[in-house]
Design a protein around this ligand. Structure first.
Ligand code: CU
Length: 353
């Protein structure tokens, strides 16, 4: 007691306490004490400090099988729903979408992450309707946190998936709206903190086709996304369709002189912009896919979060062509792929659609 009464003693005590705090702080990662088990605080880029809605699953000790996701399958898979006709002749398309937030996925070799999913995948299913169809989505929340589905597009306020939060452990809601406008739209959970719900994977693509259809093409969906695997609100991995570098290792096979139509959606959380650059070619670009007249003929398109559009192009010459974020950091952290154009024998020149 005599020691702390002197000035020298107080300084010594401060040094000792400081030393132990420092040792404990730097020991946490070594001792593998997982900070994510504690209620987590999100510092958003706007500066807001947000408490999370719950724990994030710890992949260490996870008892289930990691989720499988096949970007090749996702690329060209469209869900048209269960189709029936109403008495007035309107086409009804019914979908069932189930949210879960208790699954683990190996998003990169050895990197396991607690994904939150619609129908078991990130992104969720690509749902597709024709303008004027009645879309009915039976939403079931089998997660452990409240979720919703907020569809972009035109609909009634109560179908907007923002204020009608759907409770965990089996909560249900039926979203119903007339498909429109024509284009490519995102859908995503809209429960706060939004950054957390989107960055874990609760999003997907909703395509509305024009009644008259579009010219036939090899169609595919690309969702630009990323993963913040260390919870510092900066992405560690970037990708097109979830798995970093997937289409670089598994090139997307296309034919020369065949029209390629890509529905692109940028859902990337935490980063202000994203972009896409196509090699050896230029493309017609239709922002949000809402007009049939392209607004650009370019080889780079830039997106803010939620921006999307349709790209159309043909390759005249066979070979391998990169496509990637022209934001180099994103490209080097996974947002890179390859088109492998095979000679179709069709010698029609580009532009003669
Ligand atoms: Cu959610």
């Amino acid at each position: 007691m005599h020691l702390v009464k002197t000035m020298k003693g107080k300084m010594l005590l401060t040094l000792i306490v400081g030393f132990f705090i420092t040792v404990i702080y730097f020991s946490l990662p070594i001792l593998n004490i997982d900070a994510t088990k504690e209620p987590k605080t999100f510092l958003t880029h706007s500066g807001a400090v947000i408490q999370t809605t719950g724990d994030v699953l710890d992949p260490v000790g996870y008892s289930g099988e990691p989720l499988e996701f096949n970007p090749d399958k996702y690329l060209r898979e469209f869900s048209y729903g269960r189709v029936s006709k109403l008495s007035d002749g309107t086409t009804l398309r019914e979908f069932t979408i189930i949210a879960e937030d208790n699954k683990i996925m190996e998003i990169s070799p050895g990197v396991f992450y607690n994904v939150w999913t619609f129908n078991g995948t990130v992104p969720g299913p690509t749902i597709r309707a024709t303008e004027g169809d009645l879309v009915r989505v039976h939403f079931i929340n089998n997660g452990q946190k409240p979720h919703t589905i907020h569809f972009h597009g035109i609909h009634k306020a109560e179908m907007d998936g923002v204020f009608e939060t759907v409770g965990q452990d089996g909560g249900q809601f039926t979203y119903e709206f007339t498909a429109g406008p024509v284009g490519v739209h995102p859908y995503h959970c809209h429960v706060m903190p939004l950054e957390e719900h989107i960055s874990h994977g609760l999003y997907g693509v909703y395509i509305v086709d024009p009644k008259e259809g579009r010219p036939s093409a090899d169609e595919m969906v690309m969702v630009l996304n990323g993963f913040d695997t260390d919870f510092d609100t900066e992405n560690n991995f970037y990708a097109v369709n979830t798995i970093p570098f997937y289409y670089q290792h598994h090139p997307i096979q296309i034919n020369t002189n065949e029209l390629i139509r890509v529905y692109v959606v940028n859902i990337l959380e935490f980063d202000q912009i994203n972009n896409l650059h196509l090699h050896g070619n230029l493309f017609d670009y239709y922002p949000a896919g809402t007009s049939t007249i392209p607004s650009m003929y370019t080889d780079v398109v830039t997106f803010s979060q939620g921006d999307r559009g349709i790209m159309e192009f043909k390759y005249q010459y066979p070979g391998k062509y990169l496509f990637h974020a022209h934001k180099t950091e994103f490209a080097e952290k996974g947002w890179t792929g390859i088109f492998l154009a095979k000679d179709s024998g069709d010698t029609t020149q580009y532009g003669e659609k």
